[in-house]
Design a binder for this molecule. Sequence first.
Ligand code: NAP
Length: 319
Amino acid sequence: MASNGNAKHVKVLILGSGPTGYSAALYAARAELQPVVLTGMQLGGQAALTYTIENYPGFPDGVGGAQLGELFQRQAEHFGAVTEFESANSVDLSQRPFKVVADSNEYLADALIVGTGASPNHLGIPGEMELTGRGTSYCATCDGWFFKDKKVVVVGGGDSALEEGLFITRYASSVTIVHRREEFRASPILQNRAKKHPKVDFILNTVVTEVIGTDKVEAIRLKNVITGEEIIYETDGLFIFIGHTPNTQMFKDQLEMDELGYIKINERMETNIPGVFAAGEAADPHFRQVVTSAGMGAAAAIQATRYLEATESSPITST
Ligand code: NAP
């Protein structure tokens, strides 16, 4: 990776502006390390796209995802964290300081915290790509409003599908949840809410195999996985919530990952490269909550602080 000679040298560079990134920034800022946060494409991360977060401690009445993101950012900046509105595109972790090339700037970082999160999975079926933004969506908070008094189908059986499906009932006349199994992965509280909701119904043991429409979604093709029977099901919208993939492609061949692309870390958020830490959904296939991501971000910053203290006596090579 070529250096342009104008690289910004920072002590702690944080990739990602979700709960992980800004919690790391808060702790690194309070350790007087003047952290720089590269926001990535979505300021506030996935949490900012959630209408209400009901399980972040300290907010008994819930808090808007975007509002919580702003609070995280304000608190970190209050202690000296700096936000740069750009995405990292490539990294060179082969020597310290670590090189990160972003949209507008190049950075040299003495310690790097990866909080790049995860992105929604796609079904990969005919019509899905073509009709994304034309009735097919991965974000209820962003697009639910467009489906006022319309028929909507939601795919998935996890917390996201049920929570977002319930959110869409604010607008839609009906929400049909299509799930490939009989049992739901979602928490019992959400299952109960969805099952009791008058606008919600379910089609189980069924997968969506095609999105049909010319310039907008008109119908979907459904296949019963037990009987093999196929039907065309009319709908105005299709919301897909079938899990996530960690945003870690840029670290391939540099950081150790599992087979799904989650960065391997130890209990101190350390990756295989000393000085590079990972936290939140980029490294966590298990919990994936705002509170756990925030906790991991804080832990990564505490460990980065210790790492920098320890390496002060063994100077970092500069390019
Ligand atoms: P998830 O828990 O991984 O659930 C994904 C769902 O999509 C599963 O029901 C899965 O079916 C289904 N699915 C996967 N691939 C599919 C495909 N190709 N075709 C059809 N269905 C498919 O993902 P998530 O709901 O996004 O949740 C991710 C994490 O965030 C979880 O840990 C969850 O607890 C957390 N979360 C929490 C909250 C909350 O606490 N309020 C809200 C949202 C998310 P199977 O069940 O058959 O595998």
